[in-house]
Design a protein around this ligand. Structure first.
Ligand SMILES: *Cc1c(COP(=O)(O)O)cnc(C)c1O
Length: 359
């Protein structure tokens, strides 16, 4: 007999992240992590950290990190932001889940593209938010007009994942112009790798919330720092939701090392340039090997081979110690997402592919 209390369990199919192998020898190109360490300033800050201070709760609102972020984002985007325009959370997944909870309380469905970050439908399921997906074009681009119909909110990852494609700011403006009655979230997890940020638009569109993360371009996925940028009215509601389930999402070490990362702009720019140059070189060689690719503005490539199936390539690479991402899902089942690693790691992968495809 089934236990009666089991009927009260939540019915949820969780998000599945890229596999985390046990072995250190695996070349891990399946979770869009950085192949480089965070800024040396982060390590310095960890080494000098006073463990005694851990007996105290961390800052509830990560004020100093928000100040540092506001200052850097103001410079980068040529706008004037204050700490009141920044909300900080435990990775941008936490920030996004908080935003879904805070802003998507309509009976109308929220809209996002059918091929995008697969966490969005999971949060909708968890929080009982109705949603509809918009179609993809043949080349995986998306159309602003698909976001015109009445809705309860819009979420667009830009650059999008796993397609790697970045829509221009005129696209985001177009979506905003047709959605003045709901919140539009632009998820900029990959924007630092050559995308165009919508942060400056938050000044003129008070219903725009932009999210960013320290996990990819700042090589701090293990530290869990994410942020949202928007009008202070929006960040205040995010704070209210946060304070209704967890007042201290960021620990003291995360706050301090986050500041250290932001303050080392030279290292940040240098590692981004390295990833971008490896990306361009890898894309060129993949094309020579018969792959078609979308134009990537991210730290990964979205690829398809002219004759070998994605599944076969995925399994071959995996059996040779190189993990990339493959989904057995409609529309993208013959595509692979390959994270940009170091030049050496990409060469190992490319040489394996050459062996497989020329055999
Ligand atoms: C990686 C990623 C995130 C979240 O990353 P966090 O580590 O939680 O900050 C959010 N959106 C997209 C599209 C991502 O790829």
């Amino acid at each position: 007999m089934e236990k009666a209390w089991k009927r009260n369990f939540i019915d949820i199919s969780p998000y599945t992240a890229g596999e985390q192998p046990e072995s250190e020898d695996i070349i891990k190109l399946n979770a869009n992590e950085s192949p480089y360490p965070p800024s040396p300033e982060v390590l310095k800050r960890i080494k000098s950290f006073d463990a005694g201070s851990l007996r105290l709760y961390p800052s509830m609102d990560a004020l100093n990190l928000r100040k540092a972020a506001a200052q850097r984002l103001s410079q980068l985007n040529n706008v004037s932001l204050s700490e009141r325009n920044i909300f900080i959370g435990n990775g941008s997944d936490d920030v996004l889940a908080t935003a879904f909870r805070a802003f998507f309380n309509s009976d109308k469905p929220i809209l996002f593209p059918s091929v995008t970050y697969s966490f969005y439908p999971v949060w909708c399921q968890l929080l009982k938010i109705p949603y509809k997906t918009t179609p993809m074009n043949e080349d995986f681009s998306i159309n602003a007009a698909d976001f015109y119909p009445e809705n309860g909110g819009v979420v667009i990852a830009n650059p999008n994942a796993p397609t790697a494609i970045c829509q221009g700011l005129e696209f985001i403006t177009d979506v905003l112009e047709h959605n003045s009655d709901c919140i539009v979230i632009v998820d900029e997890a990959y924007v630092d790798f050559g995308g165009c940020s919508a942060v400056s638009l938050t000044k003129s569109y008070k219903n725009l919330l932009v999210t960013q993360t320290f996990s990819k371009s700042r090589a701090m996925a293990g530290m869990r720092i994410g942020m949202a940028i928007g009008d202070s009215e929006l960040t205040a509601i995010l704070d209210a939701v946060k304070d209704s389930y967890n007042s201290y999402p960021l620990d003291s070490v995360a706050i301090e090392t986050g500041i250290a990362s932001i303050n080392d702009d030279a290292y940040f720019k240098q590692t981004l340039e390295r990833v971008i140059s490896t990306r361009e070189r890898t894309a060129k060689r993949l094309r020579e090997l018969g792959f078609s690719l979308t134009e990537s503005k991210t730290n990964f490539l979205f690829v398809q081979h002219e004759s070998k199936s994605a599944k076969e390539i995925f399994e071959y690479l995996r059996s040779n110690g190189v993990y990339v991402r493959y989904w057995d899902k409609p529309i993208i089942s013959n595509r692979l997402r390959i994270t940009i690693g170091t030049d050496e790691q990409m060469d190992i992968m490319l040489n394996l592919l050459e062996k497989l495809l020329k055999a």
